[in-house]
Structures are given as structure tokens and as C-alpha cells.
Design a protein around this ligand. Structure first.
Ligand SMILES: NC(=O)c1ccc[n+]([C@@H]2O[C@H](COP(=O)([O-])OP(=O)(O)OC[C@H]3O[C@@H](n4cnc5c(N)ncnc54)[C@H](O)[C@@H]3O)[C@@H](O)[C@H]2O)c1
Length: 336
């Protein structure tokens, strides 16, 4: 069987990760890449990519390409995915597809019509810790899940210039947790109640965002999830979850920089959790892109689809509304 021909758009932090992971795969040729930035173009050439462009249009014109990996800034995703679909190319798109729900719905309609495959980059689904928890839930090991607890704290906030355009904490950061809340117990959310504050850097309030939040989700069967977020954890990247059920409890824990411990008369020391997402989820990014390529080779469903992107955005918008209006928001108050 001929190798899949893949093109990649955007070679910043996440684009480089996907490029390097794809380069390790036997059944994939990276035919072309694009990025308006010269350093990024040089990077692609240094990795052996033969066709390197400045514009997306040029990338789209490479007929042999079967699939595109979109790792460009969020405000380009919807247009780039739409153009790829209309050109008959499958797409892996980094989260989120768009911050505007109407635009997401429009793009998903085009995906439906063109019948291309679209996968959204919710990488945490591919983390081994969380995946093991999910497998045991499906196995019935904890009976009926009643409570989900997700802790997701970043080591430091992104620049204010990024926060201004990111859609805010709920849409750029908690959106991963909203997806995890649905994925881990395979339940849909009915109601969202959010509280938030600015506790780490007052400048964050100047751009209209928060840096600390607690969100309560009620699933359609009345079971619940609690998510807590901070933009700044002094000890690094904190990524844990717990699911409590009728027959037991499961935990997915942080992964540490190393596993040694030091004991003395004062206490015990061990290393910190892995520093940030590029380290903690390094392996998850490999499984994620392999899953996308696998779905193309086997002509099977993608593991994170457009509906997953849409639902996490709806929960994020409900959280924003809840914070603003200081009340629980039914998800059916948000457009479908
Ligand atoms: N799933 C995850 O874990 C994860 C992690 C980080 C970022 N992301 C998402 O990936 C996307 C990119 O984030 P990043 O952190 O890599 O950003 P980045 O700023 O590091 O990289 C973006 C790249 O896109 C290029 N670019 C700018 N304008 C462009 C345009 N119009 N067309 C094509 N390329 C353009 C830039 O030159 C840069 O190289 C964002 O949507 C973000 O939400 C996802």
C-alpha cells in the first residue's frame, strides 16, 4: 500500500511536535509544510520536508496530499478546515475548531457534505494514566460512576497578548477538561455552574479573563463532575483526575520528572510533576496522531470527532455565561 501523503500547516510549539511524530511513522510521507514565519520554514526544511510554503493556498494546491494537519493560530482553524474539506483532504485540527459556535456548526455541515474525516486535537484522551482509568470504568470496576474530579493547573499563565484572543480560561484551557469530563465516563453534560477569580496576576482581569476557577457539571443522569483550574501552580503542571463510583474509586495521577525519593529524619522528598504539556503529554501526542493516521488507513471513524469539539465549546460557553450571570446554565440554553 502506498504511503499516506500528509501536509502540515503551522510549525510553532504544537506543529513541531506533530511534525516530528509523523516523521517517525513508516506509512506516512510528509509531502509539504507551510508557515508564514521564515524560521519555521527553515525548521521544516531542516527536517527534510521538500515542499515548504509561506501560504496555506500553496499547501492546499499540492494535489498528492491526502490529509492536512492544522496547527496554526486558533482564528485560522475554521477557514483552513473548510478549505481542506472542499479540496477533498482529510483533516486533523488542533483544538478548538473555532470560538464561535455558529462558525463551528457551519464547518461541521461542510465536513458532513464532503465526507472527509475530521479529528480534533484533544490529546489528553490519549494519556496512558487517564486511558487506564477509562478502561477500568468501562470494565465495570467501580460500578456506576457518581463523581468525577478533574484538577488541571498550569505552571504559568500565557502572555496577556495570547489571553486576549484565546477566548479566555474556559475556552482555551478548561476546554480540555470539559472534553475529559465527557470522555472519561461517556456521559453528556446537562448543566454548568462556574465560579472564577483573578488571584495570581491582576493584569489578567484587565484583559477580561480569570486565572482561577471551579466548575460543577451535572450530567444528564444527575451524576456530577467538579473541575478546578489555576493558571499558576508554583510546583508545575498539575494534571490529575478521580472517578468515584458505586463499587470503588479510580485515580489518574501526575507523572513525575523521575521516580526517585529521598527520605531522612525531616521527611520525604520526591521530584516535581513533569513541567508542562509538551513533556507530560509527549507520549499522548504520538498516540493521538497515530490514531488519526490509523483511521485514514483503515477507513474507520476518528477517535475525537467534530461533535466532541462542538460539545466542549458549548460547555465552555455555558461556563462563561454562568460566571457572568452568576447562575447555573442549562446546556440547552446554548445553541446546538
Ligand atoms: N492540544 C494541545 O495540547 C495544544 C497545545 C498547544 C496549542 N494548541 C493549539 O494549537 C494551535 C497553535 O498553538 P501553538 O501553541 O503551537 O502556537 P504558536 O504560536 O507556537 O505557533 C503557531 C504557528 O502558526 C504560524 N502562523 C501564524 N499565522 C499563521 C497563518 N495565518 N497561517 C498559518 N500559520 C500561521 C506561526 O508563525 C507559528 O509558527 C492553537 O490553536 C492552540 O490552541 C493545542
Amino acid at each position: 500500500m502506498e504511503n499516506l501523503k500528509v501536509g502540515i500547516a503551522g510549525l510553532g510549539r504544537i506543529g513541531k511536535i506533530h511534525l516530528n511524530n509523523l516523521l517517525q511513522m513508516q506509512n506516512v510521507d510528509i509531502s509539504a509544510a507551510m508557515d508564514p514565519d521564515e524560521e519555521a520554514q527553515k525548521y521544516a526544511k531542516s527536517k527534510g520536508v521538500k515542499l515548504v510554503f509561506k501560504t496555506y493556498k500553496e499547501l492546499l494546491n499540492v494535489h498528492e496530499i491526502n490529509a492536512l494537519i492544522i496547527c496554526t493560530p486558533t482564528d485560522t482553524h475554521a477557514d483552513y478546515v473548510e478549505l481542506a474539506a472542499l479540496a477533498g483532504k482529510h483533516v486533523f485540527c488542533e483544538k478548538p475548531l473555532d470560538l464561535n459556535i455558529k462558525r463551528v456548526i457551519e464547518v461541521l455541515e461542510i465536513i458532513k457534505k464532503t465526507k472527509i474525516k475530521l479529528m480534533i486535537g484533544f490529546n489528553r484522551r490519549f494519556d496512558k494514566e487517564f486511558y487506564r482509568v477509562k478502561k477500568r470504568i468501562l470494565n465495570g470496576d467501580i460500578g456506576d460512576p457518581h463523581l468525577v474530579k478533574i484538577t488541571s493547573r498550569d505552571p504559568s499563565p500565557p502572555p496577556l497578548s495570547y489571553i486576549k484572543h484565546s477566548g479566555g480560561l474556559f475556552l482555551d484551557m478548561t476546554v480540555h477538561d470539559f472534553d475529559m469530563a465527557r470522555f472519561i465516563v461517556e456521559k453528556e453534560v446537562e448543566e454548568v455552574y462556574a465560579r472564577g477569580a483573578v488571584l495570581t496576576d491582576k493584569k489578567i482581569s484587565e484583559v477580561g479573563d480569570i486565572d482561577t476557577a471551579v466548575i460543577i457539571l451535572k450530567y444528564t443522569d444527575s451524576s456530577m463532575a467538579v473541575i478546578d483550574n489555576s493558571r499558576k501552580a508554583s510546583y508545575g503542571y498539575d494534571q490529575r483526575l478521580e472517578v468515584f463510583g458505586s463499587k470503588g474509586m479510580l485515580q489518574g495521577n501526575n507523572i513525575f520528572q523521575d521516580n526517585h525519593s529521598f527520605y531522612n529524619e525531616k521527611g520525604v522528598e520526591s521530584s516535581l510533576p513533569m513541567n508542562f504539556f509538551l513533556d507530560r503529554y509527549a507520549e499522548a501526542y504520538i498516540f493521538e496522531i497515530k490514531s488519526f493516521i490509523g483511521s485514514l488507513i483503515n477507513n474507520s471513524s476518528v477517535s475525537v470527532n467534530g461533535k466532541d469539539g462542538l460539545e466542549s465549546l458549548r460547555i465552555g460557553l455555558a461556563a462563561k455565561k454562568s460566571l457572568l450571570e452568576n447562575r447555573p446554565i442549562k446546556l440547552n440554553e446554548i445553541e446546538t
